[in-house]
Design a protein around this ligand. Structure first.
Ligand code: SAM
Ligand code: DTB
Ligand code: SF4
Length: 340
């Protein structure tokens, strides 16, 4: 099990230091140009600075979720425009994966609005993993909390990555979610790691947390031993009907500079990870995204839809990558698998 409170300087492994919340907060508070310089140097030391990996998402089971995550349009208890759907048939998933591959994605991530899969739910998902893997794509799934044995079954079917986010700092967590606790999340991450599946784990910025709250999230992620291979940093997409939407007196949108700072801190503290600029890219706009790529983001969700909300369409991303001289796509397959 991973400790929740850690201090920098304790040996975590032979090569990676531990990060205290204070030390990450200090990073986040550096003069912007000093922070960007450190982050970009860390980025160049471990990655091609002009390459971005593309993952495509598909919601394989939408809405009707029993959990109460305050940001999520798929929670049954909130009145959002999301229409619930049963698990998609296998051929629909395979068709979507083929289209993602044709568009240049190297990874296909299947998401389900479950608290966690029941054993009987897992069987059809295993078939999806097998078929997507057979297309030559990297496979990822995000299905909620896993019970003993489920991660092993997923690995045997060919799952490369499991996405399960810590979402925020341990201190802020209960303001956003009450139906599962931080320890449950760490336990699922331990099961994924122990089964030999790569860990994709990140969080959401802009839920009303303080800068120290963001430091707490980054420190938790960076102190996982080893830290995740993929780190999705989401900017909250405010969805009408969810408690975090401004209509409920929810939260003000995050300052984009503060978002870039968070990406930079993720890059410095987890230098070899793929840092994914995740939800919220449409709202961030091109110039902020460009700064994120400079600060160390080297992966995105690619396709006009995330799970239920919008994302820049293929063409918008292609144009932006072209303007930035970024090489995006299949050439970067498994860059992170090779790096660790
Ligand atoms: N139900 C599973 C679970 O919660 O683990 C998997 C799917 S869940 C939608 C995956 C992640 O999407 C969440 O942990 C959260 O980080 C992110 N997410 C969900 N809604 C979001 C929103 N409105 N804005 C930003 N990120 C969001
Ligand atoms: C992650 O960190 N972000 C993705 C993926 N992992 C599963 C999901 C973002 C969801 C945004 C809200 C929606 O589209 O429903
Ligand atoms: Fe359910 Fe996942 Fe949404 Fe939480 S984030 S309400 S667990 S679908």
């Amino acid at each position: 099990m991973q400790p929740i409170t850690v201090e920098r300087g304790e040996p975590q492994s032979e090569v990676e230091p531990r990060w205290s919340v204070d030390s990450v907060e200090a990073l986040l508070g550096l003069p912007m140009n000093d922070l960007l310089r450190r982050a970009h140097e860390a980025h160049r030391a471990h990655h091609d600075p002009n390459a971005v990996q593309l993952s495509t998402l598909l919601s394989i089971k939408t809405g009707g979720c029993p959990e109460d995550c305050g940001y999520c349009p798929q929670a049954a208890r909130y009145h959002t425009e999301v229409v619930s759907e049963e698990l998609l048939p296998l051929d629909t998933v395979v068709r979507a994966a083929r289209a993602a591959r044709a568009a240049g994605a190297s990874r296909f991530c299947m998401g389900a609005a479950w608290r966690g899969p029941k054993d009987r739910d897992l069987e059809p998902v295993l078939a999806m993993v097998r078929e997507v893997k057979a297309l030559g794509l990297e496979t990822c799934a995000t299905l909620g909390m896993l019970k003993d044995g489920q991660a092993e079954r997923l690995r045997k079917a060919g799952l490369d990555y499991y996405n399960h986010n810590l979402d925020t700092s341990p201190e802020f967590y209960s303001k956003v979610i009450t139906t599962r606790d931080y320890r449950d999340r760490l336990d699922t991450l331990d099961r994924v790691r122990a089964a030999g599946v790569h860990v994709c784990c990140g969080g959401i910025v802009g839920m009303g947390e303080s800068r120290r709250g963001r430091a707490g999230l980054i420190a938790q992620l960076a102190n996982l031993d080893p830290y995740p291979e993929s780190v999705p940093i989401n900017s909250l997409v405010q969805v009408e009907g969810t408690p975090l939407h401004a209509q409920f007196g929810g939260v003000a949108a995050i300052d984009p500079i503060e978002f870039v700072r968070t990406i930079a801190a993720a890059r410095i503290t987890m230098p070899k990870a793929m840092v994914r600029l995740s939800a919220g890219r449409r709202e961030l706009g091109d110039a902020t995204q460009a700064l994120c790529y400079f600060a160390g983001a080297n992966s995105v969700f690619y396709g006009d839809k995330l799970l239920t909300t919008g994302n820049p369409d293929f063409d918008a991303d292609r144009v932006l990558f072209e303007r930035l001289g970024i090489n995006a796509g299949a050439g970067n397959v498994a860059a992170d698998l090779g790096a660790r």
